[in-house]
Design a protein around this ligand. Structure first.
Ligand code: PGA
Length: 254
């Protein structure tokens, strides 16, 4: 059965001390997690080891890197690889967040290389997709997301690998804007994504893949969003930096 997941995306926020305090405030409250519920903290690369040490006794809590480079090793100053991430025991990486696509020009093709690099290391990629406002207004969101999925996942990932991927649908117009997709809009897209997975890999596999929603999820709207049948939790930015808010979001998992 697929997992229900609350994934925190801290982005480029918090000093080391603040990061430690935030984890210390949230972690004791994760004891309420049921067996099929996970919490993931995507922290800045500098804090991965610290976070990994803090979560070590929590069976349903994991740490993620926010990004990797596609190559395994070599002269790529400033980058980190899936191999390096794996070597400190981290098993998740966010791939293709819209901020990486926008500010660092990451293409679907390049993201495919990152996905492959993760899977070769046994790391679970949290693959982000989602359209901008312009695409949504033209009612082209389904074609757009389909192309992202095809070019970065479907065309190259093997059947035995796809179940290891987590997908996050994050409409760009809802990220950090306070504007959330309506539950109906979100569910529609999640249903569409699962339908594409079913067409390509069959129902059993499609039903095993967690599809998270991201974009201004907060304590006050999480329950309503997570209740939808094809929404398996969220990727949460701003509100994951506030302990009480994030704990409420965790409680909203189904
Ligand atoms: P937000 O960010 O919750 O602040 O909208 C979500 C994300 O970018 O992952």
């Amino acid at each position: 059965m697929r997992k229900q997941i609350a994934a925190a995306n801290w982005k480029m926020n918090l000093t080391f001390k603040e990061a430690e305090t935030l984890l210390d405030d949230i972690l004791p409250k994760t004891d309420i997690l049921k067996q099929d519920q996970n919490v993931i903290f995507a922290v800045p690369a500098l804090y991965l080891t610290m976070a990994q040490n803090k979560i070590s006794k929590k069976p349903n809590v994991f740490v993620a890197a926010q990004n990797i480079y596609s190559e395994e090793t070599g002269a790529f100053t400033g980058e980190i690889s899936a191999t390096m991430v794996k070597s400190i025991g981290v098993n998740y990486v966010i791939v293709g967040h819209s901020e990486r696509r926008k500010y660092f020009n990451e293409s679907n093709q390049f993201l495919l290389e990152k996905v492959k690099s993760c899977l070769e290391e046994g790391i679970i990629p949290i693959f982000c997709c989602g359209e901008n406002l312009h695409v949504r207004e033209a009612n082209e969101q389904e074609n757009f997301v389909k192309m992202q999925l095809e070019e970065s996942l479907f065309n190259s990932v093997k059947e035995e690998e796809i179940e290891k991927v987590i997908i996050a649908y994050e409409p760009i117009w809802a990220i950090g804007t306070g504007k959330t997709a309506s539950c109906v809009e979100a569910q529609e897209m999640h249903f569409f994504i699962r339908e594409q997975l079913t067409k390509k890999w069959g129902e059993a596999i499609a039903n095993n893949i967690s599809i998270l929603y991201g974009g201004s999820v907060k304590a006050s709207n999480a329950k309503e969003i997570f209740e939808k049948p094809d929404i398996d939790g969220g990727l949460i930015g701003g509100e994951s930096l506030i302990a009480d808010e994030f704990v409420e979001i965790i409680r909203a998992l189904k």
